[in-house]
Design a protein around this ligand. Structure first.
Ligand code: ARG
Length: 276
């Protein structure tokens, strides 16, 4: 079942204050706060206009990346339809205290909470897990922000069929920066993100593959688009090739502005979580 709610976090404290990925490196201190608030509100309104209820987790002072709600948790339904969640272990120290706020949030909603054992060092949830809900497949990236071993535990806790993919490009450090699953047939893929075997495996799952242009993906984060319903594709505005490809494949394109967040290495997909 496709999750029907969206979880976002107001970018009250959003900033780029440290070098946490290749995009942040040259953008320390360069965030326009008012503009980021405007862009975030614009995205929130798009979800509202598509009929989604947008839940909000309160932002915490000093946690500059908390706005990227894809990364702290992986919510799922178990075989009885009960709500469960796996909590992340954030790689960068600057993000580690975000998780306790999510633990509290899910606790209040009555979710069953799974904590990963000590031998898992890193796991960044929906940053590295891209799910095909129609086929119950979880594509799991590893290499930068998530340990490969995490997927052994995800296989234990959930009933997803897991396809592990090795990431090799530091600019495409989360799976959601190089793969978007639009529906069971269609995926957007950045080929330069994966090792040879992972790329071949990934491609074997889709009939219709939209290849992201390398430069367009770095500039507009096209692989970080989000298709919440198999029909509408929300993406940073400005792409040319991607826009054409998406329309040719029969999707409705919704462009929005997320440039302030791209300075931190994230765009549409990272700024929300789909929730039950
Ligand atoms: N500055 C954040 C970080 O490096 C960006 C996270 C982007 N999120 C994503 N799902 N790709 O952690």
């Amino acid at each position: 079942m496709l999750p029907q709610k969206i979880l976002m976090c107001k970018p009250e404290y959003f900033d780029v204050t440290y070098y946490g990925n290749e995009f942040m490196k040259d953008n320390i201190g360069k965030v326009d706060k008012a503009e980021s608030m405007k862009q975030w509100t614009g995205l929130k309104e798009i979800y509202g206009s598509l009929g989604y209820e947008v839940a909000l987790i309160p932002p915490a002072e000093g946690l500059v990346d908390m706005v990227f709600t894809a990364n702290q948790s992986l919510p799922f339904l178990d075989e009885h339809g009960s709500k469960n969640v796996i909590l992340s272990k954030m790689k960068n120290e600057q993000r580690q205290s975000e998780v306790k706020f999510f633990r509290e949030f899910y606790g209040n909603l009555g979710y069953k909470i799974h904590e990963l054992p000590d031998n898992v060092k890193y796991f960044e949830s929906m940053g590295d897990c891209v799910i095909d809900f129609d086929r119950n497949i979880l594509f799991g990236g590893h290499g930068f922000r998530t340990d490969e071993i995490t997927y052994d535990y995800i296989a234990e806790y959930t009933n997803f069929n897991i396809v592990k993919l090795k990431l090799i490009n530091p600019f495409l450090y989360h799976l959601d920066t190089c793969l978007s699953v639009l529906n069971k047939d269609t995926a957007v893929i950045a080929e330069d993100a994966f090792d040879t075997q992972s790329l071949a495996t990934l491609k074997s799952y889709f009939q219709n593959i939209i290849i992201a242009d390398t430069q367009e993906n770095l500039k507009y984060f096209v692989c970080n688009c989000h298709c919440p319903d198999g029909k509408n594709v929300i993406v940073q505005s400005g792409s040319v090739k991607f826009k054409e490809d998406i329309k040719k494949s029969g999707f409705n394109l919704i462009e929005t502005e997320t440039a302030e967040f791209i300075k931190s290495g994230g765009s549409v997909f990272c700024m929300k979580l789909m929730l039950y």
